[in-house]
Design a protein around this ligand. Structure first.
Ligand code: GLY
Ligand code: MN
Ligand code: MN
Length: 435
């Protein structure tokens, strides 16, 4: 049994869509991710490459997916670890080439040891390599040593395909969002003054494991000023009475990610100053979600959230200028002193999914289309230790982000993470409930 999350026909139609866009003299080569050493002979838990998962669902390391056109059709192949009793006793069962061709959506399968000869022959016959480089040095060498090879990158086609999720991909993403939503609720319930950030992490990740899932990125649990550090992940301090804790944590189901952030007071009650910033971020988030409309430019959600934040910062007296000055000509005004990151990104097999739209990309992000899943995640951060910008005393030490996962449909945005509460009243009713 392959345990694949999709029917073989779904993978076959992805392969067909992909290969029909490739020149017929291509030799497609998609190596799986390498194993990563943690220390000495201990490895990090293996995670297959997302392109491999997308095209054929193969999850074992030391494997390569290839496709080449001959006899009037494309042939897809998997090169995999051969069956080997001794290795399987130590490291776990292997599917092997015979099992791969029976249960996975490929036409042929061979032992991984055959791959160099196979690729060299194909390249000598004049095929052009279309390869994801940087994953398998031996294969990269074969390709670069082939004199006539002008190397193509298959991701150009695959990235665009991956931006639109099928019904069955959305089902898995809904499961990932549901698991992460409940994890956040449990973490809110289990929060109390002086709680360790690691204790909240344990509740969150305990729920992921209990749900047969795992984190899709290292959980961020930051109390007080730590909430203002965007990629804080040491989760090693306690959160004191009166402080907020920001939790950015998501999980994956068959590789498909959720990515949720909530911020709550460890005492169970927001202070007035915290509530002012919280409700401003929430208003910006709701405006960003409302802008997630099919046909809208990528920037729509960032523009919508930014407009709310800039206006609010002026109204609260944090910025002493007009709203349009606060926003700046290119959304680069002083409101960015307190909101430094993008409003969202595509979500899928990678938490920062392929297909564009990341802050700093050269090209603008894609137009929003039905089937895309994006995050909407505005925030405001007033690190008390900053001296490069003015941090008002009233708000010092407040970091708030609210992040949901949103499916674009013809009928408007659908919030996949809607089971995760986010109004002040809802949060205050939950925090500390299990204490
Ligand atoms: N958790 C990473 C992000 O929100 O983009
Ligand atoms: Mn995110
Ligand atoms: Mn996040």
């Amino acid at each position: 049994m392959s345990g694949l999350p999709f029917d073989l026909s779904e993978y076959r139609s992805r392969q067909q869509g992909f290969l029909s866009s490739m020149p017929q003299n291509s030799l497609v080569i998609i190596p799986n991710n390498p194993k990563s050493v943690r220390s000495n002979d201990t490895h990090y838990r293996y995670r297959a490459n997302s392109y491999m998962l997308y095209l054929c669902g193969w999850g074992e390391p030391e494997s390569i997916f290839t496709a080449q056109f001959s006899g009037g059709k494309w042939t897809t192949s998997l090169f995999v670890r051969p069956r080997d009793t001794n290795s399987e006793i130590w490291e776990g069962r292997r599917v092997g080439p015979e099992g791969a061709v029976e249960g996975w959506p490929v036409d042929e399968s061979f032992p991984i040891g055959d791959v160099e000869e196979h690729l060299s022959k194909a390249l000598e016959s004049g095929l052009r390599p279309s390869i994801i480089t940087g994953l398998n040095p031996a294969v990269d060498n074969i390709v670069s040593e082939c004199e006539m090879s002008e190397i193509q990158d298959p991701r150009k086609v695959l990235d665009t395909m991956r931006t639109i999720k099928s019904e069955s991909e959305i089902e898995l993403m809904q499961q990932a969002a549901d698991i992460a939503s409940l994890a956040h609720v449990k973490a809110m319930e289990g929060t109390f003054p002086s709680v360790g950030e690691w204790q909240i992490q344990a509740i969150i990740e305990g729920h992921f494991i209990d749900s047969k899932s795992q984190w899709s990125y290292p959980s961020i649990v930051g109390g007080g000023d730590n909430a203002t550090i965007l990629h804080y992940s040491s989760n090693s301090e306690t959160v004191e009475d009166g402080d907020l804790v920001l939790v950015d944590a998501g999980c994956e189901v068959h590789g498909y990610a959720s990515d949720i952030t909530r911020t709550w007071p460890v005492s169970g009650k927001f202070t007035e100053a915290q509530k002012e910033i919280y409700n401003l971020v929430l208003e910006a988030e709701l405006a960003g979600i409302d802008a997630c409309r099919a046909g809208s430019p990528w920037r729509s959600m960032h523009e919508a959230s930014s407009a709310v934040l800039a206006k609010g910062l002026v109204q609260l007296g944090i910025l002493d200028c007009t709203v349009s000055e606060a926003l700046g000509k290119n959304l680069d005004g002083p409101f960015r002193n307190y909101f430094m990151h993008g409003t969202g990104h595509l979500l899928g097999l990678d938490v920062h999914d392929v297909g564009g739209g990341r802050k700093g990309d050269k090209k603008p992000g894609p137009v929003l289309r039905p089937g895309m899943v994006v995050t909407v995640e505005p925030g405001l951060y007033f690190a008390s230790w900053r001296d490069d910008v003015e941090i008002p005393e009233r708000y010092a030490g407040i970091g708030i982000r609210i992040e949901d996962d949103v499916l674009i449909t013809e009928d408007g945005p659908v919030v996949l993470s809607s089971r995760c509460p986010k109004s002040v009243d809802e949060i205050e009713a939950i925090v500390g409930k299990s204490g």
